[in-house]
Design a binder for this molecule. Structure first.
Ligand code: SAH
Length: 225
């Protein structure tokens, strides 16, 4: 069976539909564009072959290098918080499998995504290209400093947790822009940072559990201890 057959496999479409209804709609995610994206992006194509059978289950999965692809519900909640309408330029920190980037690619104009682990960046870029997500740009490196050459961004999504909100990311947020990220050490909260003409506003939303942000974020925490 070739890749396109597998992506279109009807039994997986049913699994995906069930994932959206039972894990995501049932828990209150309503944005029709977000739900449509989750119904079409083939999540099983972004997980290692040994995990394919679990791709539509209600939990994170290992993707190699000690990292995970986030639980579908968390992908849905974070994506919905960005209020994407279709014309935005979006930055993601923590490409991982590339799945979240693919969901964003269906909802915005351009997606820029940064992954610190070289092997994951290479694999995600290849998977995104193979599956036809031409509006995703992958860079290998430390996302703490964002992607200044492409800033400002209408939306920024971070999928690894720093212990403080990285200032370079706030600086790269457009007026009217929204930044969603987990913040904390063991106990983390999802934080929404917005920028308007008056300045920057921060809201704490719900408890979450992400892998820690590596690189500069960690070095800065050590300096503060
Ligand atoms: N969005 C991903 C979830 C990946 S988990 C997905 O859909 O699969 C978080 C990812 O963040 C991991 O791959 C980890 O290597 C990466 N990461 C951690 N610290 C980072 C940093 N400073 N810059 C960029 N990526 C980072």
């Amino acid at each position: 069976m070739d890749v396109s057959d597998r992506a279109a496999a009807p039994e997986l479409e049913q699994d995906r539909e069930r994932m959206v209804e039972e894990q995501i709609v049932a828990r209150g995610v309503r944005d029709p564009r977000v739900l449509a994206a989750l119904r079409t992006v083939p999540r099983h194509e972004f997980v290692p072959p040994a995990e394919r059978g679990h791709a539509y289950e209600d939990r994170p999965l290992p993707i190699g290098a000690g990292q995970t692809i986030s639980q579908p519900y968390i992908v849905a909640v974070m994506t919905e918080l960005l209020l994407l309408e279709g014309d935005e330029r979006v930055l993601e920190i923590g490409t991982g499998s590339g799945y979240q980037a693919a969901v964003l690619a269906r909802l915005a104009r351009e997606v820029y995504t940064i992954e610190i682990v070289p092997e994951l960046a290479t694999r995600a870029e290849a998977d995104l290209r193979r599956l036809g997500f031409a509006n995703v740009h992958v860079r290998q490196g430390d996302g703490y400093r964002g992607w200044p050459e492409e800033a400002p961004f209408d939306a920024i999504l971070v999928t690894a947790a720093p212990e403080h909100v990285p200032k370079p990311l706030v600086d790269q947020l457009a007026v009217g822009g929204r930044l969603v990220l987990p913040v904390g050490d063991f106990y983390q909260e999802l934080v929404l940072v917005t920028r308007d003409e008056l300045g920057v506003h921060e809201e704490r939303l719900l408890g979450v559990r992400f892998v820690p942000m590596k690189g500069e974020a960690e070095r800065r925490e050590e300096e503060h201890r």
